[in-house]
Ligand binder design. Structure first.
Ligand code: DLL
Length: 429
């Protein structure tokens, strides 16, 4: 249990709430004084950091959105002089400008501590060899995990993504006990183990800590079964820090524990922004409590989840992310998340977790195509049965008729980072 190396996670609920009030007050002041765009937002609604007295007062403060960060591109949200930033990261940003995040030396130090805490919760131990296949570069995954693993006292293999063949070779030959990457990439590596005829169970690999994209409980079961490891879920986002905002305890696997001594979570209605009580689904919102270079107040993550009571610690957990509000597909008026399709696919042992959802339009109607790889080459009859069964289950789950295309192994494009699950070819309205 993480309390041995990280006694601060054993904080009592009362102490935690007191600490949060103190840190929130300071964070609000720092954002107000140091970030002109946020100060302007506060002034527009007539609220001042002095108005913050207890946790409920946080609701009176304006949200920060991704657009606010984009508008301040590149350095307008820094609360310290740029010269005092030791590092910049940026989110890929599929459209338009990326969002830039700056870190002070103390921010990197805090991040390393929180990543070390996360890795420990996820099952890594000092002395372990950690194979880090998160991408190095502007993406926060590689370097964030790297610093945390070093801080924990592990031997890091800074592999980054790609080079599937070498991934298998180095995991096996260096004897990594822990691997870090996206869950979809782990499945691709599982295929590579198979292709090379290497039994993953015969290697030293025992634990995988996966994140950076939504994945379902069925995907966890699939990864654990195929590789003979325990899989924990790690969550984070660059605007708030990077990986290590929350991580699951390997002993309980009951949803990532949010490191509430550094990040204050809220759930709001994604449309109205109104607060939603713990336990109810909505959009996750974070306020950073200790960030120096770029604090964010009430940052709208667009990630959909629920807040759950603490289990291993007093800090709250988050349920597995069901998707992002901007990933929700509306197909013939029905709301659909890729994760719901994933659940249905993985109920068939003949099908793999490599899939893509394609949307197109004929006339006025949306067409939904699910292309999924079979685990092994299926004969036509077996493929036909799997396709019909999946179509039936999808119809039962959401009422939509889908065309199911069962492809042979290797037919669905692999990503070495976040998987692309949706190709939307419908004309833009
Ligand atoms: O993905 C940071 C990260 C790296 C987290 C490595 C975990 C491991 P961004 O590129 O800014 O940062 O993307 C953040 O990815 O808002 C979620 O939508 C999604 N995401 C991250 N972790 C999870 C997870 C990194 N465990 C966005 N489950 C977030 C579901 C996740 N979605």
């Amino acid at each position: 249990m993480a309390a041995e190396l990280f006694p601060e996670v054993k904080i009592s609920l009362d102490e935690l709430r007191t600490l949060q009030v103190k840190r929130l007050g300071a964070a609000l002041r720092q954002a107000y004084e140091g970030q002109a765009p946020y100060r302007a937002k506060c002034m527009a609604v007539g609220v001042h950091p002095d108005d913050f007295k207890n946790l409920d007062d946080l609701r009176r403060f304006p949200f920060t959105s991704k657009d606010d960060l984009r508008d301040a591109y590149p350095f307008g949200m820094l609360a310290i002089p740029r010269e005092q930033c030791v590092r910049l990261h940026a989110s890929s940003g599929t459209t338009g400008r990326p969002t830039v995040v700056g870190y002070s030396a103390r921010d990197i130090d805090t991040w390393s501590d929180l990543m070390a805490r996360s890795l420990y919760a996820g099952g890594a131990r000092p002395g372990d060899i950690i194979h880090n296949a998160f991408g190095y570069g502007l993406f926060t995954g590689g370097l964030g995990a790297h610093y945390g693993a070093e801080r924990l006292g592990c031997t890091v293999v800074p592999m980054s993504g790609g080079f599937g063949e070498r991934q298998v070779q180095l995991i096996s030959e260096f004897g990594a006990r822990v691997v870090l990457m996206t869950p979809s990439y782990m499945l691709a590596i599982a295929d590579e183990f198979e292709r090379q005829g290497v039994d993953p169970r015969a290697t030293a690999m025992r634990v995988g800590i996966f994140g950076a994209e939504p994945w379902t409980e069925s995907m966890r079961a699939e990864i654990e079964r195929r590789l003979g490891i325990e899989a924990a879920d790690i969550y984070g986002l660059s605007e708030v820090m990077g990986p290590g905002v929350a991580c699951e305890f390997i002993e309980t696997k009951d949803g990532p524990t949010i490191w509430e001594d550094h990040f204050y979570p809220e759930i709001v209605d994604p449309d109205s922004g109104a607060p939603v009580p713990d336990g109810q689904p909505g959009e996750l919102v974070f306020t950073t409590l200790t960030k120096e270079a770029m604090p964010v107040i009430r940052y709208r993550t667009r990630d959909l989840t629920r807040l759950l009571p603490g289990s291993v610690t007093a800090m709250r957990r988050m349920a597995k992310i069901t998707g992002r509000s901007d990933d929700m597909l509306i197909v013939r008026g029905v709301n659909l998340f890729p994760s719901q399709v994933e659940e249905q696919i993985l109920r068939d042992p003949a099908l793999s977790g490599h899939y893509v959802i394609e949307l197109s339009r004929t006339g006025a109607l949306d067409d939904l195509l699910v292309r999924v790889e079979a685990r092994a080459l299926l004969d036509r009859d077996a493929a036909g049965r799997s396709a019909a069964e999946l179509a039936r289950r999808l119809k039962g789950m959401c009422g939509l008729s889908a065309t199911v295309d069962i492809a042979g192994p290797g037919a669905v494009e692999r990503s070495m980072g976040k998987a692309r699950r949706v190709i939307d070819k419908r004309p833009k309205e």
